[in-house]
Design a protein around this ligand. Structure first.
Ligand SMILES: NC(=O)c1ccc[n+]([C@@H]2O[C@H](COP(=O)([O-])OP(=O)(O)OC[C@H]3O[C@@H](n4cnc5c(N)ncnc54)[C@H](O)[C@@H]3O)[C@@H](O)[C@H]2O)c1
Length: 248
């Protein structure tokens, strides 16, 4: 049976790669992001497979609409992938402005919560035996302290906590909840991180990974898409580290 996903952050580097890979694997996808033009361009590559839904993950109603679209247009929901987040930092924790802290938690944690609130009831509406999947992007920052990124560290630890709790609430349903923690991956967010550190480019980040290079977003998407599939049924309440050995 054709599987159906909602993916947030779908105009971004990793979210975009997840949309492309799921669509290429035959999935139907509701692609969610606030960046309407980039979203529309991606959806245009996959006519009939990918529908763009311009929406803010902080908005409970908008997440409900995205999930409703999956059910009305594609007949149900099998996976929800939370990629949307922002980066902020560049100062020690005690100098972090409230706006930075709030942005990290509103987009990066509340957004995951809002997606889960909308998506889990739809995943539960699938008939048994279910194979629903909820996958959230955490980070190597959920497992290591990173200099001048303590707010991001805290938000990403919160994502892992949310996933652990959610997986417990889903016990026995056939639906799993997992996090993927990427290492440094060549996307706009990594560019923004280099700027926070006043680095001339992103290449410096490569030396922290055992693979001695930056990851391509498609490599992270491989792990996410595998978790979305029926074959990942043994894995729930935990983290897959797609980090090139960053946290090894
Ligand atoms: N790139 C990396 O090195 C890296 C490393 C570890 C974890 N991550 C995580 O991977 C995920 C994807 O990051 P990326 O590198 O692809 O970043 P990205 O900046 O390329 O993409 C993020 C996307 O999220 C969207 N977004 C942000 N706030 C939103 C909101 N409120 N509503 C809807 N959309 C919103 C943005 O418009 C953007 O398109 C994030 O959760 C990030 O924290 C990235």
């Amino acid at each position: 049976m054709t599987r159906v996903a909602v993916v947030t952050g779908a105009a971004g580097g990793i979210g975009g790669a997840v949309v492309d890979q799921l669509a290429d694997d035959g999935w139907r996808v509701i692609a969610v992001d606030v960046r309407e033009d980039e979203l529309a361009a991606r959806a245009a590559h996959w006519p009939g497979h990918v529908l763009a839904k311009a929406a803010d993950v902080r908005d409970r109603e908008a997440m409900a609409e995205a999930v409703a679209l999956a059910e009305t247009e594609f007949g149900g929901l099998d996976a929800a992938v939370a990629c949307a987040a922002v980066i902020a930092g560049g100062t020690p924790l005690w100098e972090t402005p409230d706006e930075d802290w709030d942005a990290l938690f509103d987009h990066g944690v509340r957004g995951v919560f809002q997606l889960a609130r909308a998506a889990i009831p739809a995943l539960l509406r699938r008939k048994e035996p279910r194979s629903g999947r909820f996958v959230a992007l955490a980070s190597a920052a959920a497992h290591r302290g990173l200099w001048h990124l303590a707010g991001y560290n805290a938000a990403k630890h919160a994502v892992v906590g949310l996933i652990r709790g959610l997986a417990t609430d889903l016990r026995g349903t056939g639906i799993t909840a997992t996090a993927v923690s990427p290492g440094s991956t060549r996307t706009a967010m990594l560019d923004a991180t280099a700027e926070l550190y006043d680095l001339p480019d992103v290449e410096e980040f490569a030396r922290h990974q055992l693979v001695e290079r930056l990851l391509d977003p498609r490599e992270v998407a491989e792990a996410v898409c595998w978790l979305c599939g029926e074959r990942s049924s043994a894995i729930t309440g935990t983290v897959v580290h797609a980090d090139g050995g960053f946290t090894a």
